[in-house]
Design a protein around this ligand. Structure first.
Ligand SMILES: *[C@@H]1O[C@H](CO)[C@@H](O)[C@H](O)[C@H]1NC(C)=O
Ligand SMILES: [Zn+2]
Ligand SMILES: [Zn+2]
Length: 311
């Protein structure tokens, strides 16, 4: 691709796209095949003239906007009494003070722990062959890759989260995240910096692994994945279960229904997006899961009895 870095140019007569929209116009002139969004993307990288900086700023800003942007509607819902009937632990609506304390720690960890990681991300991803240019990959490709990341991340999350509930790790690391026994959206990333790194590895590591193996990943796919994963994590902590919640349509989707009780009881339901790991490994404890377990046991006994009779 052509680069349009005129910023260090000394010619006075060159069209001087010193501004972002100047870059955008330049790129639009010669790249009519690109769509609007692709041109905006290319103009951003051309305008910055430094890919690491361009990716770093974009990633950090996007993360903040999505994290707080997605948490805000839940904060508003908490203040609307008619929504209270959908609250899973309905007597526990977070106070403004609690939310503020939570936001402070989350912000601190975003700037101290996540920012350096995000900065390091571009060089590392490039090393593994992540594409950052235009045109973008097709929607179909983005969709199936993201579906794979969901499965990989959920698996990583299940095992590392389960490990974090082991005594010493719980006491030293994971306890912070469990400070709120009735979670709310903003509390999704309320955790020790070490936990942010361990669990974050599932979110960032899954696409990196995919990229290292297939050499076929675009950073835009990565962004869409991270946005969806943030939505998933925040909604799972929202504390609300609606008749229209996703898991009613996708029975293997975890959602708040699955994670809220984890905060209430400190045990079981370790995975992030899906229910299958907890179901298969019997860590879905709780009244319903206990009932299912009893039924399964009873069925086994009946079967064993029948076999005995048959002999
Ligand atoms: C796990 O999730 C299921 C489904 O929402 C729930 O019935 C159960 O009580 C939960 N168990 C724990 C221990 O969180
Ligand atoms: Zn936990
Ligand atoms: Zn949680």
């Amino acid at each position: 691709m052509l680069t349009y870095n005129y910023r260090n140019s000394t010619t006075l007569f060159a069209p001087s796209p010193d501004t972002y929209w100047g870059q955008f116009d330049e790129i639009s002139k010669y790249n009519v095949h690109l769509n609007y969004f692709e041109r905006m993307w290319a103009a951003w990288y051309a305008f910055m003239g430094n890919d690491v900086l361009a990716t770093g700023i974009m990633s950090f800003v996007m993360h903040e906007l999505v994290y707080f942007g997605r948490s805000l509607p839940w904060m508003i819902i908490d203040r609307i009494p008619s929504f209270n009937k959908y609250k899973i632990q309905n007597q526990k609506v977070p106070t403004a003070r609690e939310q503020w304390n939570c936001a402070k720690l989350v912000l601190l960890s975003h700037f101290t722990v996540e920012l350096p990681q995000i900065w390091f991300f571009h060089p590392m991803a490039q090393y593994f062959g992540l594409a950052t240019g235009v045109p973008f990959p097709s929607l179909l490709k983005m969709a199936y890759q993201i579906a794979i990341f969901f499965v990989l991340e959920d698996t990583w999350h299940y095992w590392s989260h389960r490990a974090l509930h082991w005594g010493p790790l719980y006491k030293n690391i994971h306890k912070i995240h469990h400070q709120y026994s009735a979670p709310f959206g903003l509390a999704a990333e309320y955790a020790s910096p070490i936990e942010v790194m361990i669990l974050g590895l599932g979110t960032v590591g899954s696409p990196i692994l995919w990229c290292a193996v297939t050499k076929d990943l675009h950073i835009l796919t990565m962004y869409v994945w991270i946005v969806l994963r943030l939505f998933q994590a925040i909604d799972a902590h929202s504390g609300y279960e609606f008749p229209w919640s996703l898991h009613h349509f996708l029975p293997f989707w975890a959602g708040a229904d699955h994670h809220d009780t984890h905060h209430e009881r400190f045990i079981g339901n370790y995975s992030s997006s899906f229910r299958w790991w907890d179901y298969v490994l019997d860590t879905e404890s709780g009244p319903e899961a206990a009932k299912r377990r009893r039924e399964r046991k009873a069925m086994k006994e009946r079967k064993a009895m029948k076999e005995q009779k048959a002999q």
